[in-house]
Design a protein around this ligand. Structure first.
Ligand SMILES: [Zn+2]
Length: 118
């Protein structure tokens, strides 16, 4: 898996006009439907035309899956992957709560660094 480009996916989609349907799906790791598209001329054209409208979303989806995967396996990606994910959420931040003993801020689920409680 790697990052996918909308341009590349678009060119592969255009090959459908030459009868080579579904290559954009194979490129975006949708291999089963990609081969199906290839064998059926993109579900007799209907699937291929449908993909024209959802192509951008399919590229984003593929990249989100990829970045989510590397986020948990690569420390280099850990910090900036969320900003690359289109419409994705940022990493969860530590939630601050009041310590019930000394009333200072502490991280939820962790011991208090001020009084040592918890
Ligand atoms: Zn405390």
């Amino acid at each position: 898996m790697s990052l996918k480009y909308h341009n590349t996916a678009s060119w592969l989609w255009l090959l459908g006009l030459l009868g080579l349907c579904g290559l954009h799906r194979i490129y975006l790791n949708k291999k089963v439907t990609g081969v199906l598209w290839l064998l059926t001329f993109g579900l007799y054209g209907l699937g291929q035309v449908y993909d024209m409208f959802v192509l951008k979303g399919m590229v984003s989806e593929s990249n989100t899956k990829f970045l989510t995967k590397v986020k948990y396996s690569s420390p280099i990606f850990f910090n900036y992957a969320p900003t690359l994910i289109q419409g994705g959420s940022t990493l969860p931040r530590e939630e601050l709560v009041k310590c019930e003993y000394c009333d200072t801020d502490k991280s939820r689920g962790k011991g208090c660094t001020t009084c040592g409680a918890g």
